[in-house]
Design a protein around this ligand. Sequence first.
Ligand code: PLP
Length: 423
Amino acid sequence: MRVTFAELSQTELSDLVASLRAAYGELSARGLKLDLTRGKPSAEQLDLSTALLDLPGSADYRAADGSDVRNYGGLRGLPELREIFAPLLGLKPEGMIAVGNSSLELMHDYLMHAVLFGVPGGSAPWRDVAFLCPVPGYDRHFSICAKLGMEMIPVPMTADGPDLAEVERLAADPKVKGIWCVPKYSNPTGEIYSPETVRRLAELPTGAEDFRIFWDNAYAVHHLTDEQPEIEDIIGAAQAAGHPDRPIVFGSASKITLAGSGIAFLGASDANLDWLVGHLSKRTIGPDKINHLRHVRFLESPQGVLDLMAKHRALLRPKFDLVGQALTDELADTGVASWTTPRGGYFVTLTVRPGCASRIVELAGQAGIALTPAGAPFPHGKDPQDNVIRIAPTFPPLTELADAMAALVLCVKLASAEQLLAA
Ligand code: PLP
């Protein structure tokens, strides 16, 4: 067994730093230009859905009810499309809408309208409000809150979801209007919320009468293993607890078909849907139903979606395995890093020594490997411990990913050894 970096003597550490600096010099000289920043599908993944581009075809553009999808209308989205996605998202077709190509857009719009007008069950527009932000979390959730001037209150994540004791304590404040949740394969740490977490969130006593759970089920079918875990039904649990308007469920076909031309879904109570559709009707006469029909013809059924996801998995699994292997080979036993082994989703989270993450990202950047800025998974981009790095392995080809990981582990070792030597 190797000794950990912290167990090395000063002389050993100084030798280690010297050899790592030499290796880093060689790395920089290679002039690499690699990108591990964003959780985007690769070109091969997008190729799986290229057939969409020829659909629905010029001859048959009628929806199941005979309506012409080329025309205006149908604000809630094609029913036959909702029927395909409802069971995958734990929703009912009549309890959801399919609008636009970005679920982020729907999250943004819901919050924007909440700030301007207030939400069902509330007595005033959402001014001077706060949102609970499990951390590490999805940077774009936090950007919406930042843009709208909402206070963000970090809540630590546990293996079962957000720390519920903290959530219960903080939600007692009437100013706290909601919480961000990515309940399956959380971005970026990969947790799956336990049944107990779902139930307690549904039952949560809150100071605000119009508290909302933003249930972003972006990775509902994005499995990386044979397990296909289900999460509890938040809508049913909230209804049973007497809070039917609390959960707003989001889903997306962006990482199922084409990221630039998928479909976004939102499921919620009738009161929420009527409220949101009322607002949306002022800004659009209807969604792109041609894209809806195209997706219906291409995917055909919920099983069709799962079959497609199995093909994604075949492309993604080797990339996640490569990341895990590179981290294990080079960092296991060093005592300077730990990492997640996700069962689904798009990310691996690397935890390093406190104070090292931004230095590692800087070192990698100078050697030509772009990483997500340290701090990105935290409100306002500030990681109080500066120890979390989000790795997004999906986009680059395997050979580039291997180069990027070799460079990353070297930067982790160098930054950690330098920090220990300076201590
Ligand atoms: N929600 C989460 C948790 C994500 O990770 C992402 C993309 O990375 C999105 C939403 C974006 O979804 P969409 O493309 O539907 O806007």
